[in-house]
Design a protein around this ligand. Sequence first.
Ligand code: GAR
Length: 263
Amino acid sequence: MDRKIRIGALISGGGTNLQAIIDSCESGNIAGQMVFVGSDNPDARGLERAQKHSIVSFAVDYRKIIRGFKDEPEKISVPDDFNLEEAIRKQSFFPRDENPFRVKNFLLTRAIAEAELINKMKPYSCDLLVLAGFMRNLTPYFIDRINTDPKNPCIMNIHPALLPSFPGVDGYGDTFRYGCKVGGCTAHFIDYGEDSGPIIGQRAFAIQSDDTLDSIKKKGLQMEWELYSECIQLFAQGRLKTNKMTFTLANGKPVSRTVVTIS
Ligand code: GAR
């Protein structure tokens, strides 16, 4: 593929992964161009990185939306195209027996925030959306509006653990506290669950007895910067394919998974 792909990014914090991606685009290691950086947090330091590189940036204040929903639920306005039943059916980050009010409130507040995000993203069409330290779960409402071709997923995430172990918000912390002797990071496509989508690439490092949580975070982040840029470049080159495969588990039950192959 000769043309540069258009990349959008969502961040929540410091944005060192974002910086690595911007640098790789600028050096030509990624055949891409960053076209916007959005955040759920108006104070995210990563937004300044975007501004330094003259990249459009914006924020949707998730916290304010969630607080508003709690304080004045009668005032909320749900997007017209939001279908709660459909979102409940598709999502897989809550177990089926989760308190239905919790699930409903989560999906409603996120849909309001996500509709705002989609609106802000709309003028800057992108081929790939990268989550670079974005600490919010995206719901089926958002995912279906970005991933319009299910065979060609286009939302990628970097996670600070060797998935499927330790999904969630503290991958390195969970790895360290478990006493693992190996840690790592994973780049994957997003699906309707929490860090459960098809794996694109992984890097691992040894955890020694003198390692601390800080030292493993340091090792891990450096691997993330390299791994994420490499996986984004594979996407830019059109070398990532997804295949739905059915396997039989040891208990005899069939399981269907989407698997990424690299050509
Ligand atoms: C990174 O370690 C990234 O893997 C993690 O947040 C950090 C962001 O750092 N993401 C998640 O935990 C997503 N669930 P950065 O803002 O410096 O790129």
